[in-house]
Design a binder for this molecule. Structure first.
Ligand code: 1CP
Length: 345
């Protein structure tokens, strides 16, 4: 890693060291809201695009150029490693991941095998090319959290309440733990592949885990998220842990072992810092819908988040969840500028 990269505001904030200004990037910054993305993707299916290094490199770089963000996020999807080990699934436009044969019994669960670098040569190749192109801008690799992956596999697609997922968790804990154990091995393997290819930070997106009560998180999820973060500890790469609707889970997520905890828009960052506990940086947390309001509203809300974020030991500005497709890219470009200039020390 070059010295400027190691001293980038993003990596310094992840490590809770002093920063020249608050670093910023946006979840789902690549994709949907960018016209140059829609032009490039035209005629190529999502999973095919994820397996084409030239496209992945270009799509990953687009938001860095346009928004001036302090980190790039690898263009891929949380279901890519599942597809790579042979799960029959697709990403349907306007829907999301759809699994042909949902996992509902032990025979199906035991077909989930560990992932190897040879399963995803296009990931290693694209990350290698990106690290060169990005030079001093950090690249974030990512994977889906085990609960969130389990939900897609059990439900067969996007779900509002994760009913079947919880039915397995409560009703057949043996099968649940078998499935979570295998997903943990895949997620950990996929994150390590990305770090070894050159990613300089890793984010675990357990987007839907906010559906679980804290005491159930402890029994049914924490053993697995803890194993993932412990399994990355030797890499010297900051680990970020994110979920939506996790206000009641922030304390336990703090225990799971990441360096940075992502916070959605429901909990102010000063309160989140108390819940997460000492020794963590925070990432967040502007409601993505605020970007649909006039600029003055965005600026005022963003400034408040910089202020509440000051009590955290490190703060990476982000949205509370992904960029909405209807977002005007100019709002995000202006927001990056606003965060940098307002926070400059
Ligand atoms: O046809 C298309 O253009 C597909 C739209 C799309 C895109 C652009 C999907 C389908 N995934 C992605 C890229 C993607 N997915 C990225 C990289 C881009 C970036 O962040 O800049 C990342 C990090 C993800 C991660 C992802 N996929 C998550 C976790 C993050 C989150 O937003 O919570 C989840 C839950 C998914 C599943 C998924 N994939 C796609 C969709 C529409 C969904 C959500 C479906 C649902 O609501 O359940």
């Amino acid at each position: 890693m070059n010295a400027q990269l190691a001293e980038s505001a993003f990596l310094l904030a992840c490590r809770r060291r002093p920063v020249p200004y608050t670093p910023v990037w946006y979840m789902r910054q690549a994709g949907r809201s960018l016209p140059e993305y829609r032009a490039l993707r035209a005629g190529t299916e999502m999973l095919a695009a994820c397996a084409t290094p030239d496209l992945v490199v270009e799509i990953t770089l687009q938001p860095v150029r346009r928004y001036g963000v302090d980190a790039a996020i690898f263009f891929s999807d949380i279901v890519v490693p599942l597809k790579a080990i042979g799960v029959d699934l697709d990403i349907k436009p306007g829907v999301g991941p759809v699994v042909a044969d949902p996992i509902r019994d032990a025979a199906a669960a035991t077909r989930l095998r560990p992932i190897e670098p040879d399963d995803v040569p296009y990931v290693t190749e694209a990350i290698g090319a990106l690290v060169k192109e990005l030079d001093r801008v950090p690249l974030i690799g990512f994977a889906g959290g085990p609960f969130t992956l389990a939900s897609y596999l059990i439900e067969g697609g996007p779900s509002k309440n994760h009913d079947r997922t919880k039915a397995m968790m409560y009703g057949d804990p043996g099968l649940w733990h078998e499935l979570m154990d295998r997903l943990t091995t895949i997620t950990l393997g996929f994150l390590r592949i990305q770090a070894e290819a050159g990613a300089s930070a890793l984010q675990l997106f357990d987007s839907w885990v906010g559906a679980v009560a804290p005491h159930d998180y402890r029994t049914f999820v924490l053993p697995y998220t803890s194993r993932i973060f412990a399994g990355l500890a030797d890499l010297d790469v900051p680990r970020i842990h994110f979920g939506v609707g996790t206000g009641e889970l922030l304390g336990i997520m703090g225990e799971a072992g990441a360096d940075v905890v992502g916070v959605d828009w429901r909990v102010p960052l000063d309160e989140a810092a108390l819940r997460v506990g000492a020794g963590k940086a925070l990432q967040g947390n502007l409601d993505p819908a605020i970007l649909l309001a006039p600029w003055e509203v965005v600026a005022e809300r963003a400034t408040t988040i910089l202020e509440t974020g000051r009590v955290a030991e490190g703060h990476i500005f982000n949205l509370g969840h992904g960029v909405l497709p209807a977002t005007d890219p100019d709002q995000l470009a202006r927001l990056t500028e606003h965060i940098h200039s307002t926070s400059r020390r």
